[in-house]
Design a protein around this ligand. Structure first.
Ligand code: HEM
Length: 408
């Protein structure tokens, strides 16, 4: 099978994708070959799982491992470091993984996150004030709004310096901007950015380790846990690295692509403006429809696993495609249609199972405040350039845009 862009199912994975939708081949696979072995651009075999029910089953299966030190673990990034000690709890199994979840859970509980609402509201209002006062023409919504809010909130909860925000925004962008792996310069820049961010978080961790009282924020909690011996010293920087990357680019991409999507659906946008109570449900639908965190969710079979009549052999990689699951018509009728009234809350945009996103309550509160305030305060917001000129991150494992020029 090839799709309209001429991509064959045996072409190296990941395949190119259109700006907002998943690769067309996912749809064909859901119908015809829902679980298929392909070869990655980095030369490893992986099993792609495309249907909603199968994706959830794989992510909940204890025979499926997230441990990236297992031989054969799928590597998708052409710039991934070879050093296997550079892994965070995202790439660990229980019982080690459970230690981190227990340690960090309290920071993301709904009650704790709700308490941040007034501060986040103030931040969003200040950010919009600054955007409205900007002399740039057009204004880049990614820098002016989408990145600013989540990266500032992250600096509060994690305990990174607010003034370093631009540095970690830029390095995160560079890490994921490795293209399809054929441009040596992009790949080298991506690998260098990985090193820079790791040096940065290692230095932050070292500073806290030197302090008598490491503090109450997440960084401080991690340092205390390493002093007590429940996690290793290197795990402090690795966890901090994960939270830095996972905690801002994701929400920023949802803000930018979500705004883009709403602007492309003016009737639904008008309805939301008229009835802000619809916003939380619209955000669930945006999460489903856009599935910004896409090719991060990778696993390996620790035993032979039979699923849907196919056996995935032990030691082979698995990619449960959450973007495909979220577009499965068998679970979300007419899944390719964006519909703010749809019941989408059981999407898998935050993953599923034990690695399901720990930061989702925070992401939801940030997105609710951002969209409610934006729609209310800038009702005339519009794209300032033709749609074809919007630079989408079509190769990044986190969907997004490099820039989103807007006016009002
Ligand atoms: C809209 C925004 C976000 C989306 C779409 C998103 C999506 C995801 C997904 C799909 C996973 C599962 C990965 C897997 O199973 O392999 C995940 C895990 C994770 N996310 Fe998020 N995320 C978002 C925001 C955040 C925020 C704000 C934080 C923290 C401040 C965060 C921290 C994490 C962490 C630490 C993990 C790893 C959890 C584990 O391995 O147990 N995320 N996220």
């Amino acid at each position: 099978m090839t799709n309209t862009e001429g991509i064959a199912i045996d072409a190296p994975f990941p395949w190119p994708r259109p700006p907002i939708d998943p690769p067309e081949l996912y749809g064909w696979m859901r119908e015809n070959r829902p679980i298929t072995r392909v070869i990655t651009r980095t030369g490893r075999p992986v099993w792609l799982v495309t249907r909603y029910d199968d994706v959830r089953a794989i992510l909940a299966d204890p025979r499926v491992s997230a441990d990236s030190t297992r031989p054969g673990f799928p590597v998708l990034s052409p710039s991934a470091p070879d050093d296997l000690s550079l892994r965070s709890f995202l790439r660990m199994d229980p019982p080690k993984h459970t230690v981190f979840r227990k340690l960090l859970a309290k920071n993301f509980m709904v009650r704790r996150v709700e308490a941040l609402r007034p501060a986040i509201q103030m931040l969003v209002d200040d950010t919009i004030d600054a955007m409205l006062a900007s002399k740039d023409d057009p204004v880049d919504f990614v820098q002016a709004m989408a990145l600013r809010v989540p990266s500032t909130v992250l600096s509060w909860v994690l305990g990174v310096r607010e003034q370093d925000r631009r540095f970690f925004n830029q390095t995160t962008e560079d890490i994921f901007n490795h293209g399809d792996g054929t441009d040596a310069e992009l790949v080298a820049r991506s690998a260098a950015a990985f090193g820079k961010l790791l040096d940065y978080v290692s230095e932050l961790a070292a500073e806290r380790e030197r302090a008598e009282d490491p503090g109450e924020d997440i960084l401080g909690q991690l340092v205390k846990a390493s002093r007590e011996g429940s996690i290793a010293g290197k795990d402090v920087a690795n966890a901090c690295f994960l939270l830095t990357v996972a905690g801002h680019d994701t929400t920023a991409s949802m803000t930018a692509l979500g705004t883009y999507t709403l602007l492309q659906h003016p009737d639904q946008l008008a309805e939301l403006r008229g009835d802000p109570e619809l916003i939380p449900n619209a955000i669930e639908e945006l999460l489903r429809y856009l599935t910004v965190v896409h090719l991060i969710v990778v696993r390996i079979a620790s035993e032979d696993i039979e699923i849907g009549g196919t056996v995935i052999p032990a030691g082979e990689g698995i990619i449960p495609l959450n973007f495909s699951a979220n577009r499965d018509d068998a679970h979300f009728p007419d899944a390719g249609r964006f519909d703010i009234h749809r019941k989408a809350r059981d999407h898998v945009a935050f993953g599923y199972g034990i690695h399901q996103c720990i930061g989702q309550p925070l992401a939801r509160v940030e997105l609710q405040i951002i969209f409610e305030t934006l729609l209310r305060r800038i009702p005339t917001l519009r794209l300032a350039e033709p749609v074809e000129q919007v630079p989408f991150k079509v190769w990044s494992p986190i969907n997004g845009v490099f820039r989103l020029p807007v006016a009002w």
